[in-house]
Ligand binder design. Structure first.
Ligand code: TNX
Length: 537
């Protein structure tokens, strides 16, 4: 008999008395039948794979299944261990990870120069009655293939408690590679602080949907969240509160390294942001000399924007930028450093451009590529810089044109249109959390657009990818974060990964519905949008 997992208990509690009454009357079968127990159809994956060819016999994971990895390859062995570690609790099987014998039966991870297309993130997953073979050119591709395999197993495979089999995977071949090389999610840890463990939990959720970048918004008016040795009061004082008051917090360098390490193990690159020259009250509160008038500002726990600015004319400002960028770049293995640049309403346009002219070369000197919010288009974006577009319906044509012109002049674009990709926008007027300045963003609204054609006049090659930002003025717990992120996070992932030809709301909502039981098993809180035909009600 199936043991009741924690998630199932929650589900039962949520469905309430009605289901209990049905069960008592011995008529619970319809509800159970609606829960997917068997193998998912081969294409029932989010993000939609580039190509799916179902056919042949299914594979069944049994007590005798081994995970086979190439010998002498620690990376593949680690991915094999990760997969086995995910499946051992629910299946109760040993699932040994065996180096060598990748032509033998079982689950096989194969590194193959010929697989996976550009960027090393592609993979091929082939299922026969004898084996499941994931082949890829690089570890990233193997890892993404493992995420696909997870979704092809019954949802209960994600449980941390032992569950009954069978553990069947539909037969056929999936060949897959991403549309865009940048698929990010942003977490604002400045408005409310999130601990290392909370961030790691989110990284694991991003990995499910093949995200490859975690943008951490590390500083804002309400908090400074990263230790800087040369300027210790930034974290010690600037990190000591958050929106609504409360203790705030900050990451020590070891904390940050731990986030980077964990993210890397999930093939996610950390993109740190220090927002400048606006959104800097926490820094201005920590050091009097960063202010033009030499007077430290009080700490701020409200939610207004646009009132703070670094002092563009002061040499101290550039000592600060040099030290902060230098220390952060040294801690960050990824190629990007985000310098913010949004809503600098207290910095004049000439000062803004002058500031960005001085700051962007500092980032380059420390070996990083600049990302800025799209307002950077109003200054002079450095060669190779990426602009993150966060406009919405109310964004004026002139502003859009400026961004498009910058893209034509060589800037890359990350698309985060606020009325589509902002995870902090309310779903409906009744959503208890979030904001609505960019409108209400239901699941379909969030999914139904094309990053490739979104901004008129932008060459397709300028689009580096998509990002789903989560601002946290109203969000302070993981449950709240997840409720705003899920299900929209999955849709933005699909826009970043899947070929445009797979884009289809009617098909997507069905694949999305199949994620619900998986989120239940993982304890992920999500918004049960009425637009999605969830399997269990
Ligand atoms: C605008 S988006 C901001 C943030 C706020 C967010 C709230 C952007 C670059 N700036 O400072 O947190 O709106 O939705």
């Amino acid at each position: 008999m199936r043991r009741t997992s924690f998630a199932t208990t929650r589900r039962l509690a949520a469905t309430g008395i009605a289901l209990l009454l049905l069960a008592a009357a011995g008529t619970a079968a319809p509800a159970r039948a609606a829960e997917p127990g068997g193998p998912a159809p081969l294409g029932q994956v989010v993000p939609a794979p580039a190509s799916v060819r179902p056919g042949g016999d299914p594979y069944e994971i049994t007590a005798r299944t081994a995970v086979r990895v190439p010998p002498g390859n620690p990376e593949a062995a680690r991915i094999g261990g990760y997969l086995a570690g995910l499946l051992r609790p629910s299946t109760g099987y040993r699932l040994p990870v065996l180096p060598g014998g990748t032509d033998g039966p079982g689950i096989r991870l194969v590194l193959d120069e010929g697989e996976g297309g550009s960027g090393g993130e592609g993979y091929r997953l082939s299922v026969t009655s004898r084996s499941v073979t994931i082949s890829a050119r690089e570890g990233a591709g193997l890892f993404h293939g493992v995420q696909t395999l997870r979704q092809l197993l019954p949802a209960r495979a994600g449980s941390t408690a032992r569950q009954p089999g069978p553990w069947t995977v539909a037969g056929g071949v999936v060949t897959d590679a991403p549309r865009y090389g940048y698929r990010g999610a942003m977490l604002d840890v400045a408005r409310h602080f999130f601990t290392v463990d909370q961030v790691k939990r989110y990284v694991d959720q991003l990995a499910l949907y093949k995200y490859n970048a975690l943008h951490l918004h590390l500083s804002d008016d309400q908090g400074w969240r990263i230790a800087v040795d040369a300027w210790p009061r930034l974290a010690a004082h600037g990190g000591s509160t958050q929106v609504g008051g409360g203790p705030g917090g900050f990451y020590s360098k070891d904390d940050y390294r731990e986030i980077v390490r964990h993210a890397a193990s999930r093939y996610v690159t950390v993109v740190p942001e220090i927002d400048m020259p606006g959104h800097t009250n926490a820094a201005l509160a920590s050091y009097a000399r960063l202010n033009c008038d030499g007077v430290a500002r009080p700490l701020y726990t409200g939610t207004e924007v646009g009132f703070s600015s670094l002092c563009v004319a002061k040499p101290d400002t550039y000592d600060f930028v040099e030290d902060v960028v230098g220390e952060l770049a040294a801690l960050t293995p990824g190629p990007y450093l985000h310098i913010g640049g949004d809503e600098a309403h207290s910095t004049g346009p000439a000062d803004y451009a002058a500031f960005m002219d001085r700051v962007q070369p500092v980032v380059a000197r420390h070996g990083k590529t600049v990302i800025g919010w799209h307002q950077l288009a109003g200054a002079r974006p450095a060669p190779g810089a990426l602009l993150q577009y966060w406009g919405y319906g109310g964004t004026g044509a002139a502003e859009r044109d400026r961004v498009a012109a910058a893209a034509r002049a060589g800037a890359g674009l990350i698309l985060s249109p606020a009325d589509r990709a902002y995870l902090d926008m309310k779903y409906t007027k009744d959503t208890p959390l979030g904001l609505s300045w960019a409108g209400l963003v239901e699941v379909r609204q969030s999914y139904d657009w094309d990053p490739g054609g979104y901004l008129a006049g932008v060459p397709a090659a300028a689009v580096a990818g998509v990002e789903a930002p989560l601002w946290t003025e109203t969000i302070s717990t993981s449950a709240q974060l997840e409720y705003m992120a899920f299900p929209r996070l999955a849709g933005i992932a699909e826009l970043g990964w899947s070929p445009p030809a797979t884009h289809d709301w009617a098909a997507y909502r069905v694949r999305l519905a199949a994620q619900g039981p998986r989120w239940d098993e993982l304890g992920i809180t999500y918004y049960r949008s009425p637009q999605v035909p969830w399997l269990v009600t």
